[in-house]
Design a protein around this ligand. Structure first.
Ligand SMILES: *[C@@H]1O[C@H](CO)[C@@H](O)[C@H](O)[C@H]1NC(C)=O
Ligand SMILES: *[C@@H]1O[C@H](CO)[C@@H](O)[C@H](O)[C@H]1NC(C)=O
Ligand SMILES: *[C@@H]1O[C@H](CO)[C@@H](O)[C@H](O)[C@H]1NC(C)=O
Length: 447
């Protein structure tokens, strides 16, 4: 497959490019190759060995040095001109697979690999091996997505004991041209070198969200964390040209369209997968079974969505942003605010962007056409530690000077800047340069 572009596997690339030329796929392959190559070019000459991440990078808000190892870009045409944007680490590849299986359009993902590399003068063997293994896993997933073989969800294959949802999974699968899902994947594998094991907790979530978005070339985008499955009904609605035109107009005018979010408390991943394929009409039954609204313990995060109203309506409705709201939404690529790289590890990273979005005067709408469902997974150890610190005063005191404290201090600063009207999301200089270099991000491309 020549759909990927890599600094490390130049021969494979040249050979397969020649083959594809012979196969007369030169034109479409040229476009995707150009795009993958343009993104890779952003990382030319980047040397992170001298900038390996240490704990002080957090306390001084120094950006992480990030390098792309490889970019894969689907050769299939975009089935819907809306890009789902996401980011993940290696443990979440299955979630990406599931997301790709339910989403019908382009899916732009940043895959992250942290490498503890005590040496400051060379990439160590262990690092190299991890990188090669990650490339192989990503390649496998990419190939499966290109040949539409990653359906973890099979219609009619769902055990009915898992809940009321199982027999209605058929209804929404007819749209988007080709059944429920089958995304066109664009994947960037980014790694970061660490000098200090303690710093491994500093997952650069917002940088990854931003880099993933660079792979989007449609006017509409939707940033959805990788553990959330978009309902098949979202793809169906966005595949409808008339409906899409109304979203496009509202988003270009500065509005955002929230997808109501749910989570499951039983039934495992297969239940969540089945819910994502079901219609809205099946949700009341599911809510009596394994489904519930997102994050009941943190009502501020999703309550503003107004679930009662959503269940009862077929129309778009407006809501008021509330403090600490952190929904996932559809927005205009050209107007969506960037994520602030300083929020690393855990805490407030998405909340900041939503608060800044509200401060621009954005209109908050809720889409009646689809929803998201959380796909269960085990918490990483870093997140468990973070949550323990967050919810326990004693642990919090132990963690003075910790990630949690730093994030809270950042948030206090951001809140003050937002109130003063002076907040701007911080993005890294190399990121800004990359953004300016990519042809599909030039202002003239903007409609
Ligand atoms: C699936 O859809 C087809 C065609 O719309 C219909 O004939 C069939 O009965 C459906 N099956 C289920 C299990 O709903
Ligand atoms: C949740 O939202 C509803 C409707 O927007 C509001 O009436 C209610 O007070 C909110 N509850 C909480 C706990 O925020
Ligand atoms: C959201 O933005 C509006 C308009 O700028 C502002 O009046 C409101 O106070 C903001 N809400 C919050 C909770 O910050």
């Amino acid at each position: 497959m020549s759909s990927s572009y890599s600094q490390h596997t130049g021969h494979g690339f040249i050979i397969s490019a020649v083959l594809l030329l012979l196969l007369r796929f030169a034109f479409s392959n040229g476009i995707k190759h150009d795009r993958a190559a343009a993104v890779m070019k952003c990382f030319d000459g980047v040397d992170c060995l001298s900038k390996r991440t240490a704990w002080e990078h957090l306390t001084e808000d120094l950006p992480s040095c990030l390098v792309a190892a490889r970019v894969w870009w689907s050769s299939r045409p975009a089935a819907i001109p809306v890009t789902l944007v996401t980011q993940l680490s290696a443990e979440r590849l299955d979630q990406l697979r599931a997301q790709c299986a339910t989403w019908s359009g382009p899916l732009a993902a940043a895959l992250y690999l942290p490498l503890l590399n005590p040496s400051s003068h060379e990439l160590q063997d262990t690092s190299r091996q991890k990188l090669q293994a990650m490339i192989a896993s990503a390649e496998e997933l990419f190939k499966a997505s290109e040949t539409n073989q990653l359906h973890t969800v099979r219609l009619g294959n769902h055990r009915s004991s898992d809940g009321a949802i199982s027999t209605s999974t058929n209804s929404s699968s007819g749209s988007g041209g080709g059944g429920a899902g089958g995304c066109q994947l664009r994947l960037i594998l980014i790694y970061e070198l660490f000098a200090d094991p303690r710093a491994l907790v500093l997952y650069p979530v917002n940088s990854l969200r931003n880099y993933a978005r660079l792979l989007a070339d449609t006017d509409l985008i939707t940033n959805i964390d990788v553990d959330m499955l978009p309902s098949a009904s979202i793809s169906a609605a966005l595949a409808d040209p008339a409906l899409r035109a109304t979203y496009q107009a509202g988003a270009a005018a500065g509005g955002v369209y929230v997808w109501p979010a749910f989570e499951t408390h039983c039934g495992g991943t297969s239940y969540a997968d089945a819910v994502a394929l079901a219609d809205k009409a099946a949700l009341p039954a599911a809510l009596r079974k394994c489904l519930r609204r997102m994050r009941p313990k943190a009502p501020a995060s999703h309550n503003a969505t107004d679930y009662e109203r959503w269940m009862a309506t077929d129309g778009v409705y407006d809501i008021q942003y509330g403090a600490l709201y952190e929904p996932w939404f559809l927005s205009w690529r050209w107007g969506t605010l960037w994520y602030d790289y300083r929020y690393r590890g855990y805490g407030k990273n998405k909340i900041v962007q939503a608060a800044a979005t509200n401060a621009t005067g954005a209109a908050w709408h809720v889409s009646p056409h689809g929803f998201l469902v959380h796909r269960p997974h085990s918490e990483s150890r870093a997140r468990r530690d973070f949550l323990r610190a967050k919810f326990s005063r004693k642990d919090m005191e132990d963690l003075r000077g910790s990630l949690y404290e730093h994030v809270e201090a950042l948030w206090a600063g951001t809140t003050a800047e937002l109130a003063a009207g002076s907040y701007m999301a911080r993005v890294e200089r190399p990121f800004q340069a990359c953004l300016e270099a990519l042809p599909w991000w030039r202002k003239e491309q903007r409609r």
